[in-house]
Design a protein around this ligand. Structure first.
Ligand code: SF4
Ligand code: SF4
Length: 285
């Protein structure tokens, strides 16, 4: 079973829910994989003492144009869906813009003059860490890479174990990085807070998941703050409310010190495990 934990914006408690859910499952003896797909700013590993067992370099092939073979026909630029090639025939100028190249290889196929060669470019790193009953898979995008998506895909590829429950800590927002993560999940937990900003971002995530025909439910973090508008929305849209996590100063302190709250709070641990039961009931009914 794969469960994504997502939120329309950063700072709502997505990482708090992901790490504490992973720890709660781990403490029951259930093997769990926690995959940090927030590949531009991963931080799940900070909450565990897991040892690094493997690192994988993520690369793609970036084309180079050989000026001695190029006829400046412009075919490669026409084939490039990402506008990453600039050809100016009058000036006999041909250049690939590596920062926006997606490494799709279309230009190499398009060129009939053998003018294109490729060289690898680093996109990021996958780090795999282990501790008893827990595997942490972390994607980290190289600074300047055009997108975290290739790194996330590689992280997801390394997140398979039939015995484990896999938790995917999704990137914030509803763009490609979010879509590629939740597309792999059987169920998505949307973490939000009861404020107008929380509601607005939740609505975007709900729209995206409904377009993808993916089941989901909501965890309200910092419950007790804000207003009732969020709850009215959930009721009107018949969206399952999986859990409310009350605003608690001690939670914030424990989290900021890099510890999992469920290590010292049995009530939260039980509530998070109950969320897993609710998801199982939804998926297996
Ligand atoms: S590899 Fe793809 S994205 Fe990169 S320049 Fe060639 S066609 Fe464009
Ligand atoms: S398709 Fe080949 S020959 Fe034509 S402009 Fe591109 S690199 Fe040059």
């Amino acid at each position: 079973m794969k469960i994504a934990i997502a939120s329309g914006k950063g700072g709502t408690g997505k990482t708090f829910v992901s790490t504490n859910l992973a720890r709660a499952l781990q403490r029951t003896g259930q093997p769990v994989i926690l995959t940090d797909c927030d590949a531009e700013e991963p931080n799940d590993a900070a909450f565990f003492d897991a040892e690094i067992v493997k690192t994988i370099a993520v690369k793609h092939e970036v084309p180079q144009i050989n000026p001695h073979r190029c006829t400046y026909c412009g075919r490669c630029a026409e084939w490039c869906a990402f506008h990453a090639i600039l050809i100016v025939p009058n000036l006999r100028f041909a250049q690939v813009l590596p920062d926006i190249c997606h490494g799709c290889g279309a230009c190499s196929v398009a060129c009939n003059d053998g003018a294109i060669t490729t060289s690898p470019r680093a996109l990021g790193t996958i780090t795999i860490r282990n501790e008893p009953n827990l595997t942490l898979v972390e994607g980290l995008t190289e600074i300047g890479a055009m997108s975290p998506v290739p790194v996330i895909k590689e992280a997801l590829k390394n997140s398979h174990d039939n015995r484990a429950i896999t938790l995917l800590d999704a990137p914030p927002g509803t763009a490609c990085a979010f879509a590629v993560t939740v597309s792999q999940a059987d169920y998505t937990i949307l973490v939000t807070e009861p404020t107008p900003f929380g509601l607005s971002d939740l609505q975007s995530s709900v729209e995206a998941l409904r377009d993808m025909h993916k089941p989901f439910g909501v965890v309200v973090n910092r419950a007790g703050m804000g207003d009732r508008e969020l709850y009215d929305y959930l009721e009107a849209e018949e969206i399952p409310l999986l859990l409310e996590i009350p605003f608690n100063r001690q939670y914030a302190v424990t989290y900021s010190e890099g510890h999992c709250v469920v290590d010292s709070d049995q009530a939260l641990e039980a509530n998070l495990l109950e969320v897993i039961q609710k998801i199982k009931q939804t998926l297996w009914k």
